[in-house]
Design a binder for this molecule. Structure first.
Ligand SMILES: [Zn+2]
Length: 221
């Protein structure tokens, strides 16, 4: 099978593009190309094929850019998720820290005397003790005009989920100096009168006990 000029030229073109042919072959090709559109097209096609890998490289770089953009988006998303978790956590803690008044039927109340110290003890029932923390907030008020009028709020708070130990007991102590004398919040002795009353606030009722009676009713430890 006889090869025509075109076939020879076409066989040489890859070497021509790679610059690995002799000067005489190069001149032969260039002379032929000037008068042969078919071989010119072939040369262009070969050039295009050679440049294709380079274009492929560019296409391979683009996905890398996309990956960088995706990483960027992930960082922003991560920050947003962190903010959402922190806000939710804050409100979660606020919810759990939130306290509410205890109902008197959930509480057993007792009074003990140890020396001259009289202690009011509040004990939550078993079912409640498993779920809630008991608190007795002493709003202890020592006002000369009103007399000695402490106020105790008996309240529950929700323990944090990981806190297994719940306070099922809460206490408030009063430092009596005698049956008719108490140490005030300022440390000074305060003479008790008939209308000096401790107020105990429950959800469903308000209990008022004269401090003189509280002292008398206390069981000695
Ligand atoms: Zn040709």
């Amino acid at each position: 099978m006889k090869m025509n000029n075109h076939d020879i030229i076409k066989d040489l073109i890859p070497g021509y593009l790679d610059n690995v042919i002799s000067t005489s072959s190069r001149k032969l090709i260039e002379t032929h190309l000037q008068s042969c559109p078919s071989c010119q097209k072939y040369l262009q096609a070969m050039k295009a094929e050679l440049t294709t890998p380079a274009q492929l490289n560019l296409k391979q770089i683009n996905p890398l850019k996309k990956i960088k953009q995706r990483t960027h988006h992930k960082v922003i998303l991560g920050i947003l998720i962190t903010i959402v978790i922190m806000v939710a956590g804050y409100f979660g803690l606020a919810l759990y820290a939130h306290s509410f008044p205890a109902a008197s039927q959930q509480i057993t109340q007792s009074v003990q005397k140890n020396g001259q110290t009289v202690t009011l003890t509040f004990q939550s029932d078993q079912a409640t003790a498993k779920k809630l923390n008991l608190m007795a907030l002493d709003q202890g008020d020592n006002n000369d005009e009103d007399g000695f009028q402490p106020v105790i709020d008996v309240r529950f708070s929700r323990p944090l989920p990981w806190n297994r130990n719940k306070n099922q007991q809460a206490q408030v102590s009063f430092n009596f100096l005698s049956p008719y004398q108490i140490r005030g919040n300022n440390g000074q002795p305060y003479p008790l009168e008939e209308n000096d009353i401790v107020t105990i606030n429950y959800k469903n009722k308000r209990q008022r006990i004269r401090l003189i009676d509280l002292y008398q009713s206390a069981e000695t430890n």
